[in-house]
Ligand binder design. Structure first.
Ligand code: HEM
Length: 453
């Protein structure tokens, strides 16, 4: 006779109704999560919007169980559904199982680590064009500047460098749309109305149309060019990509994936860069060492350490979410279908057993040390690990390198900036304020090579 299944149970968590949990989580994500771990241990349950309970996991073994688990059981699409109005239903971020794998395979080639060198000149030029205009001696909010640089880079990497006027329209439409959808009241509205009804609101439709009015003709026009196979922008590559059955992507699919790359690919990177600057101006020795390394142009060991440490301490995305399609036993609890399991990037990165003095910014900890697959997870993991991770790491090195190579930044003893929630990302509350102290007479020579990863 079969053993009766164990009853369902959830790890302990704070009391209070769902809106209270949601408000704490939105207001002070990092503080709230830290206090939950202190009270309830490595695994705890929160009642957040979206149906089932959310079980937070901070032990790398449990994180591994989720990231390497059967994609039929651990669905991410439902967990990311808040992005549906923006990205569209074909987005790789919103699909699961076979359709997800198909889109992921189609999207992978342009993001292969080996291709990164091809984007270097573009990244360098765009960074210079922006930072050369920065004033000296007055406070400057770095975050909008980083946003402008990374948006320009991803737009040009996606569409190619030639498309001037159309890119101007796209930039404007995207900036307006992003400003609207990342407002706290918009997030609240989506949570209350559900994403499908929200997407049908006339104001939302209007803003999405403005973006589509650039994207769709661009796709149609690009299909007609005769030198597609000689172009190396991402759109041209995606137009030629075929799935296992030899099928090309349709226009709607392409639109949703372009939108995914444009949205997922710039704000995250800009925010990570802003945190790096926020940390560096408060750590004069680390900043000086970075400047020396970049100006010598011989190695990027310290740069790599600075970026890894920034992404450990200030992960832009604090959690990844999977919705269970079948009961699963995890962390000693049998969880029902519908529950959400949540590898908690922020808390894994603050484990003192993995990272001694976990709240301190210590790039030295990465010298001679590679990140662990389930202990350093700013890009998530498994079959859904960030497609743009190599691109983002490479881009951060180029942009940060250009900044410290071409100017001296003033250091500060001001307290660190608090985390502010912006849609699903966590940004520096003061927008990473910096002061350019001085520009050297001559720009230091370019580094010989910038390694990805
Ligand atoms: C510092 C910058 C970035 C961070 C911190 C970041 C973080 C993440 C995380 C945590 C995930 C996993 C979500 C999950 O498991 O549910 C993810 C997925 C993804 N990211 Fe990124 N990302 C960054 C940059 C980029 C860039 C530059 C691109 C593209 C140009 C990109 C495209 C994507 C895509 C397409 C996915 C979905 C992968 C899938 O579902 O198979 N990201 N990213």
């Amino acid at each position: 006779m079969n053993e009766p299944a164990a009853p369902f149970s959830f790890p302990a968590g704070p009391r209070g109704p769902m809106p209270w949990h949601a408000a704490q989580f939105a207001r002070d994500t990092w503080g709230f999560l830290a206090s939950c771990r202190e009270r309830f241990g490595d695994t705890f349950t929160l009642d957040l919007p979206g149906g089932g309970k959310w079980v937070f996991l901070t032990d790398p073994e449990h994180v591994k169980q989720v990231y390497t688990g059967d994609p039929r059981i651990f669905h991410a699409g439902e967990g990311n559904s808040i992005l549906l109005p923006l990205l569209g239903k074909h987005s790789v971020l919103l699909l699961d199982e076979k359709p997800h794998l198909r889109q992921r395979k189609l999207l992978l080639p342009p993001f292969h680590g080996k291709r990164m060198a091809g984007y270097e000149e573009l990244m360098r030029q765009i960074s210079r064009d922006t930072i050369d205009a920065w004033p000296t001696g007055t406070p400057l909010k770095a975050w909008p500047q980083m946003q402008a640089i990374t948006l320009e880079i991803i737009m040009r990497a996606v569409f190619g460098v030639q498309e001037g006027a159309r890119l101007d329209r796209l930039r404007e439409a995207l900036e307006t749309l992003m400003a609207e959808v990342t407002k706290p009241r918009t997030m609240m509205l989506i949570a209350l109305m559900g994403e499908k009804r929200f997407a049908r609101l006339p104001a939302v439709q209007r803003r999405l149309r403005a973006v589509d009015e650039v994207l769709m003709p661009e796709i149609a026009a690009r299909r007609l060019v005769s030198d597609l196979d000689e172009r190396n922008d991402i759109l041209s590559m995606l137009l030629q990509a075929r799935d296992e059955d030899g099928e090309l992507m349709g226009d709607r699919e392409l639109r949703d994936e372009l939108m995914t790359l444009l949205v997922a690919g710039h704000e995250t990177t800009a925010t990570s860069l802003s945190w790096a600057l926020e940390r560096l101006v408060r750590h004069p020795e680390a900043l000086q060492r970075l400047q020396d390394e970049v100006r010598a142009g011989e190695s990027d060991e310290w740069m790599t350490a600075v970026i890894r440490e920034t992404m450990r301490l200030c992960p832009v995305i604090s959690i990844t979410v999977r919705e269970l399609q079948e009961p699963v036993e995890i962390a000693g609890h049998r969880l029902p279908a519908g529950a959400r399991v949540v590898p908690c990037i922020h808390l894994v990165h603050r484990r003192p057993d993995l990272y001694p003095d976990p709240d301190a910014f210590v790039p030295e900890r990465w010298l001679g040390q590679n990140p662990g697959t389930y202990t350093w997870i700013p890009f998530g993991g498994g079959v859904r690990r960030c497609l743009g991770a190599s691109f983002a790491l490479f881009e951060m090195k180029v942009i940060l390198g250009e900044i410290v190579r071409s100017m001296d930044l003033q250091t500060t003893t001001a307290p660190g900036e608090r985390m502010r929630t912006r849609a699903i990302t966590r940004t520096p509350g003061g927008q990473a304020e910096i002061v350019v102290a001085r520009r050297p007479e001559v720009r230091a020579p370019e580094p010989v090579a910038v390694a990805a990863g």
